[in-house]
Design a protein around this ligand. Structure first.
Ligand code: AMP
Length: 270
């Protein structure tokens, strides 16, 4: 596996594959790999001739300076992990490489990006859309793999790809969870044992919502009642959204840590 740090290096490294018409797979990440990332790498490996993983903690998509400063980073460990998963190129650009002085062009997603995560984190999806568009332009992937864990992000990226005719396939994989149900997230390392216990209310609430929906009841009310009874957590939102189908989404805050999760509701929706 090669570690590349500049746009030109990536273009040069991929030129032969492009010429041969090989399938180039891209997995965009912010590093601190867990089994969610590994599932994306595995799927990309299976479906592609060349697998590129990008590791870029995109400052523009963070709202709180503290969140950016404390975001977990361990490039060496991530590089070993990527190599073990058959990744060919690990693209680790600096902030200056992707946002050089004078950078002044942004991809502004529309209405889809104004609700839920978009409302809670102003500018977040504009930054996600911009960096993904840049990565797609640099890598020219046949397909890119994303996690359903960030369901709204998948929906926004799909919209961008479709609206801007970027011509690649977006593949979304199911959320990978710990055995206790908590969705894997790079931010979970911040949870104290007590906070981690409290966090379990999030997947439980979504399960309760999903079960209520299956039974013809109110998914939001069922999820809310679990969260409301969970103790010291702050509920940011519980809502139904159409992200590639009806999806129950929720965001909570546990101490300093913000967690999001979602579940796709059954096709029996009314
Ligand atoms: P991140 O490094 O957090 O930006 O995530 C990189 C990619 O991994 C995104 O497409 C995420 O949606 C995906 N991802 C994060 N957590 C999970 C998870 N628990 N299961 C599946 N995919 C995930």
């Amino acid at each position: 596996m090669r570690i590349l740090r500049t746009v030109n290096e990536v273009r040069e490294a991929l030129a032969p594959a492009r010429e041969l018409g090989e399938r180039i797979g891209l997995v965009p990440t912010m590093g601190a790999f867990h089994d969610g990332h590994r599932a994306l790498m595995r799927a990309a490996r299976e479906a592609s001739d060349v697998v590129v993983v990008s590791l870029f903690v995109n400052p523009a998509q963070f709202n709180a300076a503290g969140d950016l400063a404390r975001y977990p980073r361990d490039e060496e460990r991530d590089a070993r992990d990527a190599e073990a998963h058959g990744v060919d190129l690990l693209f680790v650009p600096s902030v200056e490489e992707l946002y050089p002085p004078g950078f002044d062009t942004w991809v502004e997603p529309g209405e889809l990006a104004t609700t839920l995560e978009g409302a809670a984190r102003p500018g977040h999806f504009r930054a996600v859309a911009t960096v993904c568009t840049k990565l797609f332009a640099i890598v020219t992937p046949t397909a890119a793999w994303f996690g359903q864990k960030d369901a709204q992000q998948v929906a926004v990226v799909r919209r961008v790809v479709s609206d801007l005719d970027l011509g690649l396939e977006i593949v979304a994989l199911p959320t990978i969870r710990d055995s206790d149900g908590l969705a894997l997230s790079s931010r979970n390392v911040f949870l104290s044992p007590q906070e981690r216990r409290l966090s379990l209310a999030l997947p439980r609430a979504l399960e309760a919502g999903s079960a209520a929906h299956e039974a013809g009841g109110n998914a939001i009310a069922a999820a809310r009642s679990v969260l409301d009874g969970a103790g010291e957590i702050e509920v940011e939102y519980v809502a139904l959204a159409d992200f590639d189908g009806p999806t129950l989404v929720a965001a909570i805050r546990v101490g300093e840590t913000r967690l999001i999760d979602n579940v796709r509701l059954g096709r029996t929706s009314r």
